[in-house]
Design a binder for this molecule. Structure first.
Ligand code: FES
Length: 200
């Protein structure tokens, strides 16, 4: 891991990755608030795709959207975060996501669609026993991690660690990278989670 990439001036994440499901079943934790189109309770229970407006999402921010009862993180990674990804390889358990679950179009270093590589869409659930990791996006010890921490996500239940592509590090309990759901981009800076038909 490289501890020399701390960018103290970069925008910090404005939200916690911890999900607290509200009564409405949707949590959009971001400042400014990123709105989303909320499906009816009936369609949600049926597992219908969920449309999310990311027009207010900026580098260094993330939002959380519920889909099929799961927290879906949508993370807009900074340039520094993207540059760090290739430096993490030797420390990761499955750097190429060969054993992890994602659509074919996200089986790459950024684990995202090539049209929007900086946007990570991921199921925010630890692959060990299902806890919700928290964001630890600052490089180094500033976020309470070790001095060589490259930025990523940390599961407080048993200590699993993931990088900014939600790829799991070696020597932690979690066996796989966090799961990437099917999704596609719509017009007007919207993402449809749960449906990738027509994805180019
Ligand atoms: S549930 Fe995340 S480390 Fe155990």
């Amino acid at each position: 891991m490289n501890s020399n990439n701390t960018n103290s001036g970069r925008r910090q994440f404005l939200v916690s990755a911890t999900v607290a499901m509200g009564a409405a079943g949707v949590t959009a934790i971001a400042t400014p608030l990123v709105s989303s189109m909320l499906p009816s309770a009936k369609t949600k229970s049926a597992g219908a795709p969920v449309e999310v407006d990311i027009s207010s999402l900026e580098p260094g921010m993330m939002i959380t959207q519920e889909w099929r009862g799961q927290p879906i993180w949508i993370v807009y990674r900074t340039t520094q975060m993207m540059e760090q990804l290739s430096k993490n390889t030797q420390f990761l358990a499955d750097p190429d996501s060969n054993s992890s679950e994602q659509p074919a179009y996200c089986k790459n270093t950024s684990r995202s669609m090539s049209s929007h590589p900086e946007i990570l869409v991921v199921v925010g659930i630890c692959t060990h026993l299902g806890c919700s990791p928290v964001s630890k996006t600052k490089v180094g010890a500033a976020d309470g991690m070790s001095s060589d921490w490259p930025g990523g996500f940390f599961c407080p239940c048993h200590g699993s660690k993931y990088d900014m592509s939600a790829r799991v590090f070696k020597a932690v309990p979690a066996p796989f990278n966090m799961r990437i759901p099917p999704y596609k981009y719509l017009a007007n800076k919207k993402i449809l989670i749960g449906d990738d038909q027509g994805e180019a």
